[in-house]
Design a protein around this ligand. Structure first.
Ligand SMILES: [Zn+2]
Length: 496
């Protein structure tokens, strides 16, 4: 959605947050969080000379503060997320965000198109319709209705006809063919514009689209400008319920997750179910202030079975290093399975010098690997739900992790590592399946409060003495003498 992570955003420009973004008191990763702006929140940019930060005011609340620039989509109109009715105008701002629509389309099967193809198609709709003033959600809803969520033969290559243009039930062979996805989308958007805007009244951004679309198939003059509202599209197809169906599908596409009814979460596997145990060597975690993302510098975990194998491997490896068990609190597999590893009561051992109050999340993989959409969705879910009873009790956090500082392992000072490779972007954004920024300077380094001086090194990990009694610290020097404990049960989630 945002082409570059450090965007330019002129004063007065309206943008929207592309993830749940922290609004901060000052342009600093450590500045106080004033509010969380949910994904899709419209903000107005204020004059600023900063590269990575934008001073903004939220349009609906007027609240002012700083947002990391990479979390804003410049030029995007405010998202209204209204239900679409027969009276809704076609010429209108987008009624949903691109990410919402992409997720909705990918939640159903989509023929031979890959999930990435579908994301691309949706993006082309937004990029074609928004500059011409047309609500892309209505166009995409129509395509979903006409093509069975992009699974019909006509919608696939080599035809790329997303709106039944030229086809009717008795003569599907008359369907127009378009050489590319882009040509097919533009023909559809242009035809909708021809319905929405009277001949001669087109704005310059609409003219070429309309001309090209009508060159592919003419539109009878009585239909030009006949559909300022959705109701006018009854002439597009013969089905008597067409407009009602279109309104329903468009409303669904733009539907936000209702905060009262949280979405079904990922598959969750507990440490107890996997037979993991932990020696308490480093004391308690403390209130969760940081979430640090890692990869494994090893093989991916495509599903729960492979995830279990990786996590059991971590257990051996990390115990040998003197960490008392799996260093990370959570591991997320490619298919979105969430494995709860180290209980959140215990400090982890994943970031040199900085484990107090720091939640460690691992997506197994190596340099060059990238997050899947399912992994991103689970991270997003985890950040929003880790403190709720939707999580197993031993793996629940005290703090709402959406308010925690997100970073990648290599952004911590004194941690000389590539970790988490191209998974950095997904962690920084809080669950968008995006690539890492080109340079770490884009996001700066994190530096926690100075370490208390009563600590000690245990292998690669500095045990900082916070939340660790003298007796525990003494015992921990001989990990073999410390008994391993199995996390407490939560029968709703354990399968042992
Ligand atoms: Zn790491």
């Amino acid at each position: 959605m945002s082409a570059t992570l450090t965007s330019t955003l002129a004063a007065g420009t309206v943008a929207q947050t592309n993830v749940d973004a922290n609004l901060r008191e000052a342009p600093d990763l450590h500045a106080r969080v004033l509010a969380v702006l949910p994904r899709g929140t419209a903000v107005r940019a204020e004059p600023s000379s900063l590269a990575a930060w934008r001073k903004v005011s939220a349009i609906t609340t007027g609240q002012r503060g700083y947002v990391f620039a990479a979390l804003l989509d410049p030029g995007a109109p405010p998202v209204t997320n209204q239900a679409v009715t027969a009276q809704s105008p076609l010429i209108a701002p987008a009624r949903g965000t691109l990410a919402e629509v992409q997720d909705a389309l990918n939640s159903r099967q989509h023929g031979l198109y890959s999930a990435q193809d579908i994301r691309f198609i949706a993006r082309v709709y937004f990029e074609s319709a928004v500059p011409a003033g047309l609500d892309p959600v209505i166009a995409i809803a129509q395509a979903r209705l006409e093509t069975g969520n992009f699974s019909s033969v006509l919608s696939q290559a080599p035809i790329h006809n997303f709106a039944g243009i030229g086809a009717d039930d008795s003569a599907p062979q008359n369907a127009r063919k378009f050489p590319t996805v882009i040509a097919g989308v533009r023909a559809h958007v242009g035809r909708l514009l021809a319905y929405a805007v009277a001949a001669g009244a087109e704005k310059s951004a609409q003219k070429t689209l309309v001309q090209d679309a009508l060159a592919a198939k003419a539109l009878p003059s009585h239909l030009r400008g006949s559909a300022a509202q959705v109701s006018g599209l009854s002439a597009w197809a013969s089905a008597p319920t067409y407009v009602d169906d279109l309104c329903r599908v468009a409303s669904q596409l733009a539907d936000r997750v209702d905060p009262q009814t949280p979405p079904a979460g990922p598959r969750i596997i507990t440490a107890r179910s996997l037979g993991l145990s932990f020696q308490v060597l480093f004391g308690e975690l403390g209130r969760e202030t940081y979430v640090t993302g890692h990869y494994s510098a090893g093989t991916r975990a495509r599903n729960a079975d492979e995830g279990r194998d990786r996590v059991l491997g971590f257990q051996d490896d990390h115990r040998n290093k003197g960490y008392g068990g799996v260093a990370y609190h959570y591991v997320i597999c490619d298919d979105g399975t969430l494995i709860c590893a180290r209980p959140t009561l215990y400090k982890g051992a994943h970031t040199k010098l900085h484990n107090t109050s720091n939640i460690g999340v691992n997506m197994p993989g190596d340099l060059g690997d990238r997050p899947t959409a399912a992994q991103a969705a689970t991270l997003r879910w985890l950040l929003a739900n880790a403190h709720t009873d939707r999580m197993p009790a031993p793996h629940r956090t005290d703090a709402d992790l959406r308010l925690a500082e997100r970073s990648g392992h290599r952004q911590w000072r004194d941690n000389n590592t590539d970790c988490p490779g191209d998974f950095l972007g997904v962690f920084l954004s809080g669950g968008e399946a995006r690539l890492a920024p080109a340079h770490d300077d884009d996001v700066g380094f994190l530096e926690a409060a100075a370490q208390p001086d009563n600590g000690r090194w245990q292998g690669e990990i500095y045990v900082d003495g916070e939340f660790l009694s003298k007796q525990e610290a003494a015992d921990a020097r001989q990990p073999s003498s410390v008994e391993a404990v199995v996390p407490p049960a939560d029968p709703r989630f354990d399968s042992d």
